[in-house]
Design a protein around this ligand. Sequence first.
Ligand code: GLA
Length: 371
Amino acid sequence: MNARNPSSTPASALAATESAPGRINLLGEHTDYNEGFVLPTTIPQRTRVELSPRRDDLVEVQSAEVEPGQTRSWRLGDEKPAKRWTDYVQGVTWSLAQEGLRIGGFDAFITSEVPVGAGLSSSAALEVSLLRALRVAFSLPLDDRVLATIAHRAETEFVGVPVGTMDPIACTLGRDGSALFIDTRTLLSEQVAIPVEAELVVIDSGVTPDRVGEYRTRRRECEEAARRMGARSLREVDDPERPEVKDLPEPLRRRARHVISENARVLRAVDALREGDLAELGRLFAASHASMRDDLEVSTPEVDRLVELLAAEPEVYGARLAGAGFGGPVVALARRGEGDEAARRVVERAGAHDRGRPRVLVPPQPDQQAR
Ligand code: GLA
């Protein structure tokens, strides 16, 4: 293991240190696997990869946070999922090979401020930062969109989680202070500035979102709803009041209603951001949360409580559950300069619950400042 030892670097390859941020979604939940619209932004916490190419085909990796001090290694071409964090690293080298891109062995040292398992895309941040480091080290001809696609393939086909495309695109193209409006049907995206009067608040609910089975079920239900309506995806349906939607059996009707109304909310949110209409954004956040709670049924009582407490804060425009659901983070927009105090008050008031304790993640707190 010599990630910092340049003596192992062949003349044709370079040592590289690259990073990528975690993400939080502002609006557009469970829409990406339905070819719909999403509106994520980045969080200040990042994952960093220090990488040194080797002269052989061995990969040796260490993480400062997960299994600290333990080196894991394998040969390129010998990647096999093992249900541990290295699956994301192996997934990346496997996925590059599927794309026909050749790399050599390397040593990598990974540090991350993005909390693992909190629903902030620590896995996409790892994949994207590693791909960025490999791109520099081995002069790979990869533009950002292809890079995001390779990360997505690592996660879906190698690790085996049936996620949509939002996370790797957000971690690759996202910017602080800007929402990334992505059309997941075309993968085209556009930066939309978040008005300077607003600041981002993210609270970890303290409930670990570990229900991959439920995510798969929601995905299957949405696909089934589209199939019954003769649509390629729910993106093709633009009005939740259409008779075809109303005729669907439960719970497909409610699942479809969530996705169709959520796509419309993203489009309205993009306009509201452009017009600086933060009150309207707040209403859209509230409607999205209600839809995730009642139609998609992916919220939990602990999350609902945080959203209620946040929404009751006078300086908060709106709050909602963000990400896959069943726990994970709550996102809010607050008046600039007021978010930190409002978030701390809410966490204090919510207190600990049976499954953990909420904590403020954005704005970053003094005990978790960027390293
Ligand atoms: C998870 C997935 C994303 C997306 C969200 C829900 O974060 O990784 O692709 O489906 O859930 O919006």
